[in-house]
Design a protein around this ligand. Structure first.
Ligand code: NAD
Length: 497
């Protein structure tokens, strides 16, 4: 067993022991008694077993969430929900090192990156705390005969099923539970089977902060055995989902039974456009890390890099040098910049794209292979990879890889690059590097994506809505728009004469 440093506050060492899941305020096993293992992707070691939940367990969790929604939780007023969210933020801050260690060990995120996420995640909780007391309807003038007052009320949508992927367990959990608590909903969270441990820790901290029993439930299990029953459950009022586009489509189909509301944060194949007038000192590292951060396992990865032809070769060389200089290894080491991929399956998938790139005629300029020297052989490590000479039709330029692979494509004019950048079924994000104000505004307007970053990337703030166009999904996380996703609007007419 690798010697993992344990923070003093860590209540459960990640040493292969069993962890139960959290339903109705109690720690429980699956009704079937079945379990599955979760491994450290940097070492291949089993770090815990968790319950393998099925339909019965989902039923139990939804019933607990319903009882809480209709029971004591419905009497929490906005101010009380706000205080609760602030207590959660405080407790998270105190246990932040434990949360980071859990993410690093269960899904491979370098500890330095996990630590750096503190402001974002704690900021989200504090943002939702603020929003809890800012929910309001409107009064409207009407044209009805008689003296009739009309107004709207915003009411919590009810029981929310939250299904999340493995690439950012802390942020994804908070982005779904936070707005539910702010609006007065209850939640059944289904983490990814690849990284279930941090969401369990989060449930524990929330209970400690005073979240009433049944308000937050965490059901561990596979997509088909636990995710699908949640998506089709007649007792669930809304599904909020982050994951692949294919799973998102099956969730929409599953939602039809009771026409539950759905919001979807799905995949991407985001363009990054570097114009010849860009500040290259800034653009090279930002464009590189737009993909290499989290080993490319980021939905917003800027994996199609369009570079204006006059600077293309120089830019690609500098990018390749940057990629070769990155420190790769077990994320527990504070020097590590790039950790492993989540699983051997994901490794196979990424290696398939590396082969496809070469077979389709792209030119490999950095990386391009699995890393197997020394301790790296036990984990799922791939070298940060840059392909040049990529054409728009190649698989590496069209499909989401979810690995550390950049495809560089030259362009000549703005009209051309807009057309090519938008020529994708996805529309999650886009990046632009230019010093020209007119180019920056034109591209921000013309790119069909839910987020556009100019001279930066990865900028995400709880106050600013985030989400997709096209097959990257619908609905928004962050901003006032997100709260609306968890609220129903009721129109009230009252005759007062
Ligand atoms: P995935 O779709 O395979 O799994 C996501 C979650 O859905 C997991 O919890 C899984 O168990 C569950 N699931 C699988 N099949 C299901 C089904 N039939 N019914 C209900 N639930 C089911 O995605 P993944 O491989 O875990 O994550 C990678 C994908 O997530 C990528 O496509 C990435 O772009 C996307 N992603 C998007 C965002 C965003 O904000 N847009 C953020 C992170 C990841």
């Amino acid at each position: 067993m690798t010697n993992v440093p344990t923070p003093r506050a860590m209540r459960r060492p990640l040493d292969g022991r069993h962890r139960q899941m959290f339903i109705g305020g109690r720690w429980v096993d699956a009704a079937s008694g079945e379990r599955f293992e979760t491994r450290n992707p940097a070492t291949g070691e089993i770090i815990a077993t968790v319950p393998r939940a099925g339909k019965d367990d989902v039923d139990r969790a939804v019933a607990a969430a319903r009882a809480a929604f209709e029971g004591p939780w419905s009497r929490f007023n906005p101010h009380e929900r706000q205080k609760l969210l602030l207590r959660i933020a405080e407790l998270f801050e105190r246990h932040w090192e434990e949360i980071c260690l859990s993410d690093t060990t269960d899904m491979g995120l370098p500890i330095v990156r996990a630590r750096a996420n503190a402001n974002r995640v704690l900021g989200m909780l504090r943002f939702y705390a603020g929003m809890a007391t800012a929910i309001h309807g409107h009064t409207m003038e009407n044209s009805l005969p008689g003296d009739i007052v009309s107004y709207t009320r915003k009411e919590p949508v009810g029981v929310v099923g939250a299904i999340i992927p493995w690439n950012a367990p802390t942020a994804a959990s908070v982005w779904k539970i936070g707005p539910a608590l702010a609006t007065g909903c209850t939640v059944v969270l289904k983490p990814s089977e690849e990284a279930p441990l941090t969401p369990l820790l989060i449930a524990e901290l929330m209970a400690e902060a005073g979240v009433p029993d049944g308000v937050v439930n965490v059901v561990t299990g596979t997509g088909l055995e636990a995710g699908a029953p949640l998506a089709e459950h007649m007792g669930v009022d809304k599904i909020v989902f982050t994951g692949s586009t294919a799973t998102g489509q099956s969730i929409v189909r599953a939602s039809a039974g009771n026409l539950k509301r759905v919001s979807l944060e799905l995949g991407g194949k985001s363009p990054v456009i570097v114009c010849a007038d860009a500040d290259l000192e800034r653009a090279v590292p930002v464009a590189a890390m737009s993909v290499f951060a989290n080993s490319g396992q980021i939905c917003i990865a800027g994996s199609r890099l369009f570079v204006e032809r006059s600077i293309h070769d120089e830019f690609v060389e500098r990018l390749a040098a940057y990629a070769r200089g990155l420190r790769i290894g077990n994320g527990i080491n504070p020097e590590t910049e790039i950790g492993p991929l989540i699983s051997p399956r994901q490794l196979d998938r990424v290696e398939g794209y590396l082969r496809a790139g070469s077979e389709e005629g792209a030119r490999l300029v950095a990386g391009g292979a699995r890393l197997v020297e020394g301790a790296l052989a036990a984990g799922n490590f791939v070298a940060p990879t840059v392909f040049a000479g990529v054409s728009d039709g190649m698989r590496i330029a069209r499909e989401e890889i979810f690995g550390p692979v950049i495809s560089a494509l030259p362009f000549d004019t703005l009209d051309e690059v807009v057309r090519r950048a938008n020529d994708t079924p996805y529309g999650l994000a886009a990046g632009v590097f230019t010093r020209d104000l007119s180019t920056a505004h034109q591209l921000s307007r013309r790119l069909r994506a839910g987020s556009v970053w100019v001279n930066t990337y990865h900028a995400i703030d709880p106050a600013v809505p985030f989400g997709g166009y096209k097959m990257s999904g619908y609905g928004r996380e962050g901003g006032a728009e997100q709260l609306d996703e968890y609220l129903n609007t009721k129109g009230v007419f009252m005759r007062v004469d």
